[in-house]
Design a protein around this ligand. Sequence first.
Ligand code: DX5
Ligand code: ZN
Length: 219
Amino acid sequence: MKFDKRIVAPSLIAADFSKIGDEVARASGGGGDWLHLDVMDGHFVDNISFGPVLIQSVRGNSGIFLDVHLMITRPDHYLPRFVAAGADGITVHVEAPHEVAQTLRRIRQAGLQAGLALNPATPVEAALPYLDQIDLLLCMTVVPGFGGQAFMPAVLEKIQAAAALRAGRGLDFHIQVDGGIDPVTAARCAAAGANVMVAGSATFGADDMAAAIRQIRNA
Ligand code: DX5
Ligand code: ZN
């Protein structure tokens, strides 16, 4: 089962962008399993981060699994550029305007792991039509757009419901959480059924990233 294993994914959004190569090395050297890449377009969320050019540079310098989270409108339009940049997994939002089933199909056809993201206010039912098309369900634990926000405990119920749906249907997708994840909130999410922990501030913000990752892994 995919979801038997705890995966820790440091989020690059919290890195020092003036030394990005060193920061990526700090994440992988510190034991990060995946590198989470938050792509924000200033439309789907009220912030602008980075795009395929940066991801391609990271790909050229690191073998770490690149977990690309597209917080953009029309992810279907930009998809080929993120595939070409070297993403290993691409997650798209159910709330964005695109043909969700078709976009997910295209991600898998490109040989990548397909993820579907739900904002905190979006019920798990919104993912129902797509559950057999995904390798990962992302339950946002903050309103997306900015790092460093407080974890929203109300999302725990949705994680439990997603895990129950997965078991009921005999499916095998990861459940990922993103936003306000630290050792304490990671433990709560894991108890609810999540296995992939995205953490920005709690990893890149730590003096000892290896210790921070270990704490989230063992929480
Ligand atoms: C929200 C981003 C953040 C980020 C994690 O738009 O997706 O959740 O990855 O940042 P922290 O861990 O600082 O909340
Ligand atoms: Zn994210």
